[in-house]
Ligand binder design. Structure first.
Ligand SMILES: [Zn+2]
Length: 280
């Protein structure tokens, strides 16, 4: 066992259904959601089972929509000692809305999550890491609404999100909120995203694990990982009409995710963001 195995990291889940994802935003609108059968409740229950089997506490950044439609799973998250955070209301990206729309969206999700769970919500993750140089005022909104931290920035070059020259490590922003970026490593002067999700499904486990270890060797900062309940659901309906690239990213290696995840839960130590970053 090396010293890396003893380091504690943060495990996070963005709780949304397959039809909420940005990859399919050209296919489904919020008014379609009620015509679709939710799968996020069952998938999240399976994840809680998996975390409990491995003795892992996690942070669940959850949509207001999920609290409205699957309240039992939101109650179970807090009843079993995990952390409940907000992922907005309907997964609309913050950089496609005005200041007042974003404020309304985040406030509505915080209110319903707190009402259903009976616990204060302190953490927020923007849908698709959609905070960039065009809408840094999202952080002012978070401070105003009483959030303690955010995990909404991804310092990489990517076609859908990210600001490559933003800080790579957790920091207090000028608005006064603690921001925990998605982890990156540097290769040939470029930041490479190693935070989870699609990259973790796409690459072999040994490569992801080697990159996590490189991050841990480079910094004393804890590593943090994110993924989604739909990523452990290979049986989910196949969406017609979405762009080819979106479908490729969404469906690649869904059938191996659970196996990889179990290995990740065994190989490293994990807890929630609240516990790891804010309980000192
Ligand atoms: Zn999301």
């Amino acid at each position: 066992m090396s010293f890396l195995d003893e380091r504690i990291n943060a495990m996070t889940v963005d709780v949304e259904d397959y039809f909420h994802v940005s990859a399919f935003e050209s296919v489904f609108t919020p008014s379609d959601y009620k015509t679709l059968t939710p799968r996020v409740g069952d998938n999240t229950h399976r994840l809680i089972d998996l975390f409990n089997e491995h003795g892992v506490k996690a942070t669940f950044f959850t949509l207001g929509w999920v609290a409205e439609n699957c309240p039992d799973v939101v109650k179970r998250i807090v009843d079993e000692g995990h952390e409940l955070g907000s992922h907005g209301s309907n997964h609309k990206r913050t950089n496609t809305m005005t200041f007042s729309e974003v404020k309304e969206d985040i406030k509505r999700s915080k209110d319903i999550l707190e009402e259903v769970s009976g616990k204060p919500v302190k953490g927020y993750r923007a849908p698709s890491f959609s905070v960039d140089t065009s809408n840094e005022w999202v952080f002012d909104i978070l401070v105003e609404l009483g959030f303690e931290y955010s995990s909404s920035t991804y310092p990489i070059e990517h076609d859908l999100y990210g600001v490559p020259d933003w800080p790579r490590f957790p920091h207090v922003r000028k608005e006064g909120i603690f921001e925990i970026p998605v982890p990156t490593i540097q290769e040939k002067g470029k930041n490479i995203g190693i935070g989870g999700g699609g990259y973790f499904r796409l690459y072999p486990y040994w490569l992801s694990s080697r990159r996590i270890q490189k991050y841990m060797m480079d910094t004393e900062q804890p590593y943090n990982f994110y993924f989604h309940p739909w990523e452990i659901d290979p049986e989910q309906p196949r969406v017609k009409g979405a762009p080819f690239k979106s479908k490729l990213r969404h469906y690649v290696n869904l059938n191996v995710m659970e196996k990889k995840l179990k290995k990740l839960l065994k190989d490293y130590k994990w807890t929630s963001m609240q516990e790891l970053y804010l309980s000192k």
